[in-house]
Design a protein around this ligand. Structure first.
Ligand code: RFL
Length: 387
């Protein structure tokens, strides 16, 4: 079995396969240090934690992660909080930085006897319609190489080799939401004990804890402007303005140690299986970070694919592989729907969404409904923390 990419998808898949005795090699383009320090997600859904527990992969997140269940909305009509542990299915998030999860998964994979080749870039997947597909690679020393396996899992993200190797006729549903965020990591403790969503005439601002010393902030950003265009002082000033710090308290400032411009885009590929090639995680579908679903979907899809591969490779039962694409697409589209709804909740009009007054009033009405309607809050909680 060949797995392309050592992100959450590839490492969860690799761990389950190796644990079940399947011979599995992960090919990873980056070096180990890079993979273990790439800061991205942090909010793990309750179901993600259950999956990781079931496969003996949750020790680190239980030891160092923090449970979290409150979000706060700050708008022109005041602020309100939702404690979603008392709503919907009564579930919580676990906050655990993605790079720490990836480090745990990698350590466990190697302990279980899995093989991983860092610095090895998959270039193309050939022969997916055969019983012996092959992956052409660029090895760490730049020399070309070739790997063969019964199956290939494309867990190599949106720009990976799996996507580039898909046959004609693969459908890619794509949406550019017309909104851009500046993602920031501050070396500063969280400023509030909740996820903060600020809706402001100047644009959206967000606050999300990562650890007791690191906080993620987001600032809605003009597309095309580079991440370093503003000074730290300008950024903190804008965050405080949009988060209404004069009314609700100052932000705890610290050096901004990471800045990344993220154009909010979504796509879904259909189908997710092409013969012996399977798409998993961001390679299967990209989801905007507005509802923190990407890493959770990646883990879920890997946990659906792994037992199906084990069944096929050990007993010849291919039913799980046959239904992989349809099963995952159901989850992916539900997450996309919620994520899309969140974008509408948090932003002003964009692109072709039409006249601003109409859109703004809709958004305000949506927020009022969320503040006042218990059934709307239950719906929100179920989708916000679930995948
Ligand atoms: P990854 O994590 O991108 O890993 C893919 C791996 O494949 C390697 N690779 C290749 N290897 C070999 N050959 C090639 N040709 C290759 N091309 C690429 C890469 O080096 C990498 O190691 O994909 P995966 O595993 O599918 O996991 C997806 C998640 O990483 C992603 O969805 C999340 O980070 C999205 N996301 C969030 N998701 C959440 O669930 N909760 C969050 O709070 C959250 N916050 C975020 C996020 C994404 C963000 N960005 C950067 C868009 C916050 C941000 C700012």
């Amino acid at each position: 079995m060949l797995v392309l990419g050592a992100g959450p998808a590839g490492l969860v898949l690799g761990n389950i396969l190796v644990d079940r005795g399947i011979d599995c090699v992960i090919l990873e383009r980056a070096e180990r240090a890079h993979v273990q320090t790439r800061a991205r997600a942090g909010f793990l859904a309750a179901n993600t934690v259950r999956i990781l527990e079931r496969h003996g992969l949750a020790e680190g997140l239980h030891r160092h992660g923090q449970t979290h269940s409150t979000c706060e909305f700050r708008t022109e009509d005041g602020r309100f909080r939702l404690d979603y542990s008392g709503l919907g299915q009564g579930e919580r998030h676990t906050v655990y930085p993605q790079q720490d999860l990836v480090t745990d998964l990698l350590t466990r994979f190697l302990e279980r006897g899995g093989q991983i080749r860092f610095g090895t870039e998959a270039v193309t997947v050939r022969g997916a319609d055969s019983e012996r597909p092959e992956v052409a690679v660029r090895e760490a020393d730049e020399r070309p190489g070739l790997w063969r396996a019964r199956y290939v899992a494309g867990c190599d993200g949106r720009h990976g080799a799996a996507r580039r190797s898909l046959p004609a006729g693969t459908v890619r549903h794509h949406r550019d939401h017309g909104v851009t965020w500046l993602g920031l990591l501050a070396e500063a403790p969280p400023s509030l004990d909740a996820v903060g969503y600020a809706v402001h005439a100047q644009g959206f601002a967000g606050h999300m804890a990562r650890t007791s010393e690191i906080t993620r902030y987001y600032l809605q950003w003009e597309r095309g402007i580079p991440a370093d265009a503003w000074s730290e002082e300008q950024i903190w000033h804008e965050l405080e303005l949009r988060m209404r710090a004069t009314e609700y308290g100052p932000l705890r400032r610290g050096p901004l140690v990471q800045r990344a411009v993220v154009d909010l885009e979504s796509d879904v590929l259909e189908p997710l299986r092409h013969g012996a090639l399977f798409l998993v995680g961001d390679a299967a579908g990209l989801i905007s970070p507005s509802a923190a679903k990407g890493a959770n979907l990646a883990v879920l899809e890997a946990a659906i694919l792994a037992p199906a591969l084990v069944d096929d490779l050990t007993t010849g039962n291919s039913a799980g592989l046959d239904s992989y694409s349809a099963r995952c697409l159901t989850h992916i589209w539900r997450a996309q729907e919620f994520s899309h709804w969140m974008i509408g909740l948090l932003h002003g009009p964009s692109g072709t969404d039409g006249e601003s007054g109409f859109h703004n009033s809709l958004r305000r009405s949506r927020l009022t409904s969320l503040r006042t309607s218990r059934s709307h809050q239950d719906w929100f909680a179920e989708h916000y923390v679930g995948v």
